[in-house]
Design a protein around this ligand. Structure first.
Ligand SMILES: NC(=O)c1ccc[n+]([C@@H]2O[C@H](COP(=O)([O-])OP(=O)(O)OC[C@H]3O[C@@H](n4cnc5c(N)ncnc54)[C@H](OP(=O)(O)O)[C@@H]3O)[C@@H](O)[C@H]2O)c1
Length: 282
C-alpha cells in the first residue's frame, strides 16, 4: 500500500501543476434540482465535511450552490468551488458565462474553471486561451478541461499552448478505469477528476463489490469511491439524500488492500454509465 493511501484523510489534497491544491473528495451536483433540493444537498455536504463542490453552468443550480455556501458559515476560502463553461465557447460567450456563474455563486472567483467539453478541435485552443485570461484576471484560481481524450490533447490542445491544464475531469469508476487516458494525464502532470465515480448507481449489486464491501464493513458505494481515491484520482460523487451524502464522504476510516484493489481493477470493462458524450470522445 502506498504512502499516499496510508495518509488519505478528509483533509487530503492533491497538488495541481499551477501550485494550487485540490481536495481529493468533492460533492457533485449534476441533476440536483435548483432550489431547496440543491440548497439542502449542499448544506448537508458541508455539514458532513466536504469542502469541494462541483457544479456547472448547464446544471442550472449555481444560484443554489452560492446560497447554500453563503448560509453555511464556512468561510469561502475554505471551500473549493468548481464550475464549467457554457455551451457558447466564443470569447464573448465564455466571458458572459463566467461572469454569470460568479454572480450566481456569489463569488469573486472560482477555484477551478473547466472547459466542460470540447465543441470541436478548432475551438478548443481559443477557448483555452480565454480561460488563461480569466485566470490572469483573478476570476479563477486554476483552469482545466473536461471530457478531453488523449487524441484531442495531442491534436487540438497541447500543440497550441504552453499552459498544461491543471485537471481533466472524465468518467472514471471501477467499471471504466480509463487507464490509457489516466496514465497520459499523470505523465503530463494533469490531475484526473472522476465524474460518475458511482457509475450512476447502475451496478451497485455487483458481487465483487458486495464481497469487498462486506470484508471492509462498508457499502459498495464507499468501496467505489475509495478505489478512485487510492488510484490518486479526485472523486466527485453526487447524491440528493443527506444519508448518502454522509455515507459517501465516510471513506477515510478503511482502506482497500492490494488484493482487493486487484480484484476491483479486474472489473474494468470500459462500461460508460453516462450515455451523453462529446463528439469524438473515443
Ligand atoms: N464534466 C462532466 O461532463 C460531468 C459529467 C457527469 C458528472 N459530472 C460531475 O460528477 C458528479 C457525479 O457524477 P454523476 O452525478 O453522474 O454520478 P454518480 O455520482 O456516479 O452517481 C449518482 C447516482 O448514485 C446514487 N447514489 C449516490 N450515493 C449513493 C449511495 N451511497 N448508494 C447508492 N446510490 C447512491 C445517486 O442517487 P441519489 O441522488 O438519489 O442518492 C445518483 O443516482 C456530478 O454530480 C457532476 O458534478 C461531470
Amino acid at each position: 500500500m502506498s504512502a499516499f493511501t496510508q495518509l488519505l484523510s478528509p483533509d487530503s489534497t492533491l497538488a495541481l501543476n499551477d501550485g494550487n491544491r485540490i481536495p481529493v473528495l468533492g460533492f457533485g451536483v449534476f441533476q440536483v434540482r435548483e432550489g431547496s433540493e440543491c440548497e439542502n444537498a449542499v448544506r448537508a455536504a458541508l455539514e458532513a465535511g466536504y469542502r469541494h463542490i462541483d457544479t456547472a453552468h448547464i446544471y442550472g443550480n449555481e444560484a443554489s450552490v452560492g446560497k447554500a455556501v453563503a448560509a453555511s458559515g464556512v468561510p469561502r476560502e475554505k471551500i473549493f468551488i468548481t464550475t464549467k463553461t457554457p455551451p457558447d465557447q466564443s470569447p464573448q460567450g465564455l466571458r458572459k458565462g463566467l461572469e454569470n456563474s460568479l454572480r450566481l455563486l456569489r463569488a469573486d472567483y472560482v477555484d477551478l474553471y473547466l472547459i466542460h467539453w470540447p465543441l470541436s478541435d478548432v475551438t478548443l485552443a481559443p477557448a483555452w486561451e480565454m480561460l488563461q485570461q480569466f485566470r490572469a484576471e483573478g476570476k479563477c484560481r486554476s483552469i482545466g478541461v473536461s471530457n478531453i481524450t488523449v487524441q484531442r490533447f495531442e491534436k487540438a490542445l497541447l500543440p497550441h499552448t504552453s499552459v498544461i491544464p491543471a485537471v481533466n475531469q472524465i468518467e472514471v469508476h471501477v467499471f471504466c478505469r480509463r487507464r490509457e487516458l489516466v496514465d497520459y494525464c499523470a505523465g503530463k502532470g494533469i490531475v484526473v477528476e472522476a465524474y460518475s465515480p458511482l457509475a450512476r448507481a447502475q451496478r451497485m449489486g455487483d458481487p465483487t463489490l458486495a464481497r469487498i464491501a462486506g470484508e471492509c464493513g462498508v457499502t459498495p458505494a464507499q468501496v467505489m469511491i475509495r478505489l478512485v481515491l487510492q488510484h490518486g484520482i479526485v472523486a466527485l460523487p453526487k447524491s440528493s439524500h443527506p444519508s448518502r451524502i454522509k455515507e459517501n464522504c465516510a471513506v477515510f476510516g478503511f482502506s482497500l488492500s492490494d488484493a482487493q484493489m486487484a480484484a476491483l481493477d479486474a472489473l474494468d470493462e470500459e462500461y460508460y454509465s453516462l450515455t451523453w458524450r462529446p463528439q469524438g470522445y473515443y
